[in-house]
Design a binder for this molecule. Structure first.
Ligand SMILES: Cc1cc2nc3c(=O)[nH]c(=O)nc-3n(C[C@H](O)[C@H](O)[C@H](O)COP(=O)(O)O)c2cc1C
Length: 366
């Protein structure tokens, strides 16, 4: 892998993907898609593009240092887009100028975060209530970004009435890449994903569209690409569950044999996840708690009864956690890790908690 971070964008051509054909991206996830996690994904088979967790923009904000690290120290060989969440045009443009001093692939605007504390400030998904505001914000950001300017959005706030208007604004301001999570803000993570709305975007905007939402496997990625006509897929929670998903998707699309991880491979992933994501000075109990949030997703493919999840949630120490992993993952090490989540095995805690105050592992699950 190259040691030099990718250069800041000088043109509006998307960086070349790893293989010709549909694009792939790791979805931005607050508290997840930091530098160690991006490195982990690169180890198991990188996506074509990364997106940072969102930089919050307001009058007092400065780009958060830990998010900047995922740009400045990105040695994965794959480009990273910096995502912003905010609505004040002056401060958004100021932040863009600061970020352009870093080796970003481009600037991404968040128009989808469904957490009430976020949308009540008219940022994230809240912007979708106000097409006039979207028009002025996209115009200002387009002017401020000489390279790639991208948007990630849901299909509406509480209805899809303004969807086509918003898509017209995406085109009017020449957005270079559009990621669409096919649910409204109010649908949270509960509903089916409306892939037909993603298809509408893929048909009607000039730039490429990434389809996002419940892409659980390589086979599902291929099916969603066929159904939507999108230029690529963006995958979030199921890349936490299955870090091989980007590699598998590339193999599937190329008609090559698809890597099929065993439970022993998953045990190795858990070990690497533990080591790579433990920040300096983080106490063991806090790191074990964080690991359980990732393992909530992993456990969906370990066994159909949810026995791994049941035991994992009770572990309090590193030794207990790995004893549970050994028991469930190494007793039949050659058993396949299920390519899809087992039906009815739910990753808790539930994202629909009314206390949700951001997009985070505490508030979002399957
Ligand atoms: C823990 C978590 C944090 C998230 N943080 C962000 C974020 O910072 N910015 C954003 O645009 N979307 C965020 N999202 C939404 C995801 O990018 C994605 O749109 C959503 O999870 C649906 O895709 P999936 O079904 O592949 O997970 C987050 C989702 C999760 C699960």
């Amino acid at each position: 892998m190259p040691d030099v971070p990718p250069a800041a964008p000088s043109s509006r051509v998307l960086p070349a993907p790893l293989q010709p054909g549909p694009l792939s991206a790791l979805a931005p996830m607050q508290d997840v898609t930091d530098l160690p996690f991006m490195r982990l994904m690169a180890h198991y088979g990188a996506p074509d593009y990364y997106f940072t967790e969102f930089f919050r923009v307001h009058a007092q904000s400065r780009p958060e240092k830990h998010i900047l690290r995922s740009i400045d120290e990105n040695h994965t060989g794959r480009p990273v887009f910096a995502q912003l969440i905010g609505e004040d045009i002056g401060h958004m443009v100021r932040t863009v100028r600061e970020l352009l001093h870093h080796p970003v692939a481009g600037i991404d605007l968040n128009m989808g975060c469904p957490a009430p504390k976020i949308y009540k400030k008219n940022v994230g998904g809240g912007l979708l209530r106000d097409p006039a505001k979207i028009d002025s914000l996209l115009g200002a950001l387009r002017d401020a970004v000489p390279g790639l300017f991208t948007v990630k959005m849901r299909i509406g706030f509480d209805s899809t009435a303004s969807y086509e208007t918003v898509l017209q604004l995406i085109d009017k301001h020449a957005v270079d890449l559009l990621s669409v999570h096919g649910r409204t803000v109010k649908e949270g993570y509960r509903s089916e994903v409306h892939y037909d709305f993603i298809a509408t975007a893929a048909r009607s905007v000039r730039g490429p569209v990434l389809a996002n939402g419940n892409i659980t496997s390589a086979a599902k990625a291929a099916a969603v690409l066929a159904e939507t006509g999108a230029a690529g897929v963006m995958i979030g929670r199921h890349a936490i569950r299955n870090p091989w998903i980007f590699r598998q998707t590339r193999e599937h699309l190329a008609g090559a044999p698809v890597f099929a991880p065993t439970l022993a491979d998953v045990r190795e992933y858990v070990d690497r996840l533990y080591r790579e994501t433990r920040g300096p000075g983080i106490p063991e109990h806090a790191h074990v708690a964080k690991m359980k949030k990732y393992l909530n997703f992993v456990g969906q493919s370990v066994d159909a009864q949810g026995a791994f999840l049941h035991d994992m949630r009770r572990a309090m120490t590193e030794v207990e956690l790995f004893a549970v992993c050994d028991r469930h993952l190494l007793s039949e090490p050659a058993r396949p890790f299920a390519p899809e989540p087992y039906a009815g095995v739910i990753a808790r805690p539930n994202c629909e908690s009314p206390a949700a105050d951001g997009c985070s592992l505490d508030t979002i699950s399957a």
